[in-house]
Design a protein around this ligand. Structure first.
Ligand SMILES: [Ca+2]
Ligand SMILES: [Ca+2]
Length: 149
């Protein structure tokens, strides 16, 4: 009897709050995206961070990689942010801040609201601070997979 009671509790705990099954629908969203309240959602599994950049060589590598996918060299997110403290730049992967390559005149924190960094700014293809809600592609970086011994 106790077992049935516990099983019943477990089933109640696993059910959505309104008791109905949610069905994911695509509607007018692109392939592999799902619709909810007029917006499109997608689950993306990544085990990496936005890229941190620690040398001119690494910057050139990242920009060359971006160019290999996008000949227009559009603005692309890197893991640069001063969201926690204005003017104090840090990398989102927690690595040491030991290299900065902002475009001339940047960072300018325009409208006191630019707290995220992107690369490929104008003709020098260096970095700029910009509003974090902009939609750009992003460059990521991960450690090599650990090899079990
Ligand atoms: Ca800022
Ligand atoms: Ca700026």
């Amino acid at each position: 009897m106790l077992l049935l009671f516990l099983l019943g509790l477990a089933l109640v705990a696993m059910s959505p709050s309104n008791g109905s099954e949610l069905v994911l629908e695509r509607n007018s969203c692109p392939e592999f995206w799902y619709s909810f309240n007029g917006r499109c959602y997608k689950y993306i599994s990544v085990d990496s961070n936005l890229v941190s950049i620690h040398s001119l060589e690494e910057h050139n590598f990242v920009n060359t990689m971006i160019k290999s996918f996008d000949l227009t060299q559009a603005f692309t997110w890197i893991g640069l942010t001063d969201l926690h403290k204005e003017g104090s730049w840090m990398w989102s992967d927690g690595s040491k801040m030991d290299f900065l390559l902002f475009e001339e005149g940047q960072p300018d924190n325009a409208d006191a609201n630019e707290n995220c960094g992107h690369t490929n700014m104008y003709t020098q293809y260096k970095w700029n601070d910009i509003v974090c809600s902009r939609e750009f592609s992003f460059a990521c970086k991960k450690h090599l997979p650990q090899i079990c011994k």
